[in-house]
Design a protein around this ligand. Structure first.
Ligand SMILES: Nc1ncnc2c1ncn2[C@@H]1O[C@H](COP(=O)(O)OP(=O)(O)OP(=O)(O)O)[C@@H](O)[C@H]1O
Length: 615
């Protein structure tokens, strides 16, 4: 913290920026840090970095030779470490200069890989809970170093004094805060203990907490990280990892995937979510660096498609941003993301190859996520496409099951088309998949890449009508008058009417009408209405041969057989309208206003006719 240069400065001379520390702390607390509780994370992280530096000085010291001790009794919070310590010069250079860090090499991007900190601002977070930071330190670099005391205050002033070595008999640093009354929530002993466990449970150095009520400090990290523990059997290990996942995330994982990337010193687990999540929603992962919990919301360690897992990882060399809430996007992070994605793919491949039960449960929860993934990822497509469920004319089935009974797989382009044709197509022995849902049509078309013996084609109305048998000449002639009347009645809907025989006999009529055809008709109609105007010309230029809808009546259906024999023209018209209305409703597409009123009218007309007949 540089004090403003208050001496009179001659006109025209260079001046020094002045820093309003209160403004800066306000900025950090409202925009950089998510909560005042991060003060403890920053203190712990500085202690960890100091221990790392101390081990660098004394590489032969055992791993647990140096530790961290926390103390909180309600009136002070203290973090004491056996780290490298600070000399008086260090105190001036690093503690008293905002933005200066002993952990950075040249530029801001060249952090010395061993350390978590790099920005030289973390200590300021203590001002979120206290007005003064008291540091007592003794350097481990020189055996006879004196102790040095630094007091930094929120108003930007500080004092430094050196003390005899006896003021701190061993090297290391003690940071003491006297919390403000309004920070009680974050500095109560129980809270400090909970925060220490939250941030420090995976730290590799011994960490203890003491609440001043007597007795030895309790260990904050009594056990090694869950993945570093040994278990009697692989089953016991996976149960223990699942229990840890549940404790951290609050759900029982469908499976736990162990992560281990020696190149970046990363270990951890990915917990497979037991339930589907909305596609595209990314989850935050818990990222520890050197055991220290830095972020619970890091999204960047996995690619977007991996939204079916949540991870806890501990890495040696990932670099957090200044807020610690996310990770610095560098080559290491890109490599980690790539390697973890590979690990998830391998897990899927293993389940597909040797654990059908697990695969089934996984796909039941996440088939949508997997479909979105398979569209862009050939390997996933190859492994999983046959096992993905689709809506078909045989009910919900995997493509593998479906292709066993249908060598030619037909796929519709909309849900509505599927609804229109499903019953008839399946009665005609055609295998149709509903391609109307996102990704489905695209995916089904890629099936021959994996099952070359299967062919896939789009189902167009012509394919279906080709499977409907024509009626004999005599029947056709007998129905001619009725068909002409029906065509006339339905001309307003640009709908042709034909008579065929098809199964199931219980279906009186089929309305074959694709969305594109309807779209085209609307455009043609608009063009006709707007004839002459600019808009009409544009629409006219776009006009194609408007495909007509087709109402196909089923000669096998008793009702249809009775209808074509009606000799009363009005009733014949009404019956044709009613058949059209029923077929349109069966297709489950939204009805147009003219269709709704046609259904309404034909129903009332038929009712009136029935009542007249009865009276
Ligand atoms: N416990 C400690 N032991 C030794 N040195 C420390 C300790 N705490 C802070 N320092 C010194 O003070 C400097 C500033 O600390 P501060 O926490 O503000 O930033 P940083 O850790 O370097 O970076 P960041 O802002 O990314 O945390 C550190 O670089 C380090 O030199």
């Amino acid at each position: 913290m540089n004090l403003p240069d208050t001496a009179a400065t001659p006109a025209g001379a260079d001046r020094t920026f002045q820093v309003d520390l209160r403004g800066l702390v306000d900025l950090l607390s409202h925009h950089l840090y998510s909560s005042p509780r991060v003060y403890l994370r920053e203190l712990l992280q500085n202690a960890v970095d100091a221990l790392t530096a101390r081990h660098g000085l004394e590489p032969d010291a055992p791993a647990d030779a140096f530790g961290i001790r926390l103390y909180a009794d309600g009136s002070v919070v203290r973090v004491e470490d056996d780290g490298v310590g600070l000399t008086e010069a260090d105190v001036h250079t690093f503690l008293a200069t905002i933005g200066r860090s002993s952990k950075r090499a040249e530029g801001i991007a060249e952090q010395r890989g061993d350390f978590i900190g790099q920005f030289g601002i973390g200590l300021l977070s203590c001002f979120l809970v206290a007005d003064e930071i008291h540091v007592l330190s003794r350097s481990a670099r020189t055996p006879d170093a004196r102790a040095v005391e630094w007091r930094g205050r929120g108003d930007g002033s500080y004092t430094v004094r050196t003390l005899p070595a006896s003021a701190r008999p061993r090297p290391g640093t003690t940071v003491t805060l006297t919390p403000r009354a309004d920070a009680d929530e974050w500095t109560r002993p129980a809270r400090v203990h909970a925060l220490a466990r939250h941030f420090g449970s995976l730290l590799r150095h011994p960490v203890t907490f003491d609440d001043g009520t007597g007795g030895a400090g309790a260990s904050v990290n009594p056990e090694p990280a869950p993945w570093a523990r040994t278990h009697p059997t692989p089953g016991a290990r996976s149960r223990a990892l699942a229990a840890y996942g549940e404790e951290v995330f609050g759900f029982t994982p469908l499976d736990t995937i162990e992560l281990d990337l020696p190149a970046v010193g990363l270990k951890g687990i990915a917990c497979v979510l037991p339930e589907a999540v909305p596609a595209g929603r990314r989850h935050g992962h818990r990222v520890h660096v050197k055991g220290m919990l830095l972020s619970e919301q890091a999204e960047e360690i996995l690619p977007e498609w991996a939204f079916f897992v949540r991870c806890v990882v501990d890495a040696e060399s990932l670099r957090p941003t200044a807020s610690r809430e996310s990770l610095y996007e560098d080559d290491t992070l890109a490599a980690v993301r790539e390697a973890l994605a590979e690990r998830l793919r391998a897990w899927i491949a293993r389940a597909a190859a040797s654990d059908p039960d697990l695969l089934g449960r996984f796909l039941q929860a996440h088939h949508l996520a997997v479909k979105s993934l398979a569209v862009h990822d050939d390997e996933i497509l190859r492994m999983l496409l046959p096992w993905l469920p689709f809506e078909t004319t045989d009910g919900h089935a995997t493509l593998d099951e479906f292709a066993r009974t249908h060598r030619t797989v037909l796929v519709t382009s909309s849900v509505e088309e599927f609804r229109q044709v499903a019953a008839i197509a399946s009665a005609a022995g055609l295998g149709v998949v509903n391609g109307g849902y996102t990704y489905d049509r695209e995916l089904v078309h890629r099936l021959p890449e994996i099952r070359p013996e299967v062919s896939v084609a789009d189902l167009d109305p012509a394919t279906l009508t080709a499977h409907l048998d024509p009626v004999d000449r005599e029947t056709e002639l007998a129905a001619m008058a009725y068909l002409a009347l029906a065509r006339d009645a339905l001309a307003v809907f640009d709908c042709d009417v034909a008579l065929r025989t098809f199964q199931p006999a219980s279906a009186p009529a089929l309305l074959v009408d694709s969305r594109e055809a309807r779209h085209e008709r609307t455009r043609s109609q608009l063009a006709r209405e707007q004839e002459g105007g600019l808009w009409g010309d544009i629409l006219g230029a776009l006009r194609q041969e408007a495909p007509r809808a087709q109402l196909i009546l089923n000669q096998l259906n008793p009702l249809v057989r009775a209808a074509v024999a009606i000799d009363e023209p009005e009733l014949a018209r009404t019956s044709a309208e009613a058949l059209y209305g029923q077929a349109a409703m069966l297709s489950r597409r939204p009805l147009r206003p003219a269709e709704s009123s046609l259904i309404n009218r034909s129903f009332l007309d038929l009712l009136a006719h029935a009542l007249r007949k009865d009276s």
